[in-house]
Design a binder for this molecule. Structure first.
Ligand code: ADP
Length: 338
């Protein structure tokens, strides 16, 4: 390659996301573009370049490297970003380089994971503790009080159902997050809706709620059948669970020019305005006791939202307290053959 065509080191360093700064005898002599952005170096004081870094721990690391020549590694906060820094000395010279990587998003994901594990463990602990305590009492009651023993067996069963529901939903969430998709698979959305309506029949009957689907024609969709089943099943289950005796649930679906619309509406309890923003969060429940009683885990709607977003769609909710709720899902279908 002709040396005239070789890009300069500076122009190469300007293309990388890692910040690189060079100090010579304490003076800042070079900063690539990422460094200028990360440390807002356009406004630095030429007489005091190190102060421009805006962090005492980082300045200390630089000074240590300058005086001892040793590599220093620190993670610091700079202008609301979490930054991993390493300072090192060029052997035999008074030149110190600082290499810094913005790890804010990595940190955020890790914090979310930690939160999730803590919440999930707490949710799992509750039914397990319940089962253990009930099993102990059951041993005592079996001989002395068979009627009470029977009630306990019933409660153990209820806790175990909750536990298995939670495990199922955690696995659903994992499957969706892993992005398991079967691209190119064509399926009939109408069939899925009718099937899910039939599946929820027993629960709906026991709560005196009627459920019907109003979908006149087949709707062929290409995408993840599993995701679609999860969406329909969770929305229908909620519409039945959070309903009133004599209430109604209707699911409609239709193909619009560039998207599929699925609407699940119910004449149930409704959701107060202040909760509407939060119901799609993991483990969020409007009424803790009621959700638990209904066998809820607080995961259903977060799973639905994940599944919808993975299909490139959106979900919205409208609700009136005491009157009912309407969830609308829109999935783009560009390129799908009807
Ligand atoms: P859960 O397992 O508790 O049902 P979800 O994530 O499915 O968790 O729902 C979160 C909360 O939103 C529920 O606890 C419930 O309070 C509320 N909710 C969801 N769907 C409805 C609905 N159709 N009508 C009234 N409230 C609902």
């Amino acid at each position: 390659m002709n040396s005239a065509n070789v890009p300069s080191l500076g122009s190469i360093l300007d293309t990388i996301p890692t910040a690189v700064i060079e100090f010579d005898h304490g003076s800042l002599v070079y900063a690539n573009q990422a460094a200028r952005r990360l440390f807002s170096l356009d406004r630095w004081d030429p007489d005091n370049p190190v102060a421009a870094l805006g962090n005492a721990a980082l300045v200390h690391a630089l000074e240590t490297t300058t005086t001892t020549g040793t590599l220093q590694e620190v993670t610091v906060e700079v202008h609301d970003s979490v930054v991993q820094c390493a300072t090192s000395q060029v052997p035999g010279k008074a030149v110190v380089t600082l290499v810094a990587t913005d790890i804010t998003s990595v940190e955020r994901v890790q914090a979310m994971r930690r939160d999730f594990v803590a919440n999930a463990s707490h949710e799992l602990k509750t039914p397990v503790t319940g089962i253990l305590a009930l099993a102990e009492s059951l041993e005592l009651a079996m001989e002395r009080d068979p009627v009470r023993a029977k009630q306990m067996v019933h409660r153990i069963r209820k806790e175990a159902v909750r536990l298995s529901q939670l495990v199922r939903e955690l696995l659903d969430l994992n499957r969706i997050e892993e992005g398991e998709r079967r691209e190119g698979e064509g399926f009939d959305l109408r069939f899925i809706c009718l099937d899910q309506v039939a599946r929820i029949g027993t629960l709906a009957e026991s709560l005196h709620v009627t459920v019907r689907a109003d979908i006149p024609d087949p709707i062929i969709v290409v995408g993840s059948r599993e995701n679609m089943k999860t969406i329909v099943s969770n929305l229908l289950t909620n519409a039945v669970k959070y309903n009133k005796p004599g209430g109604e649930v209707v699911i409609t679906a239709c193909r619009q020019p560039t998207r599929i619309e699925i609407v699940v509406r119910d004449t149930g309890l409704g959701i107060a305005e202040e909760h509407l923003d939060r119901i799609f969060e993991r483990f969020y429940r409007v009424d803790q006791a009621r959700s638990r009683e209904a066998g809820g885990t607080g995961l259903g709607l977060s799973i639905v939202r994940h599944a919808v977003e993975q299909m490139g769609g959106t979900i919205t909710v409208e609700s009136a307290l005491g009157q009912g709720t309407r969830f609308s899902v829109h999935i783009p279908v560009e390129g799908n053959d009807v």
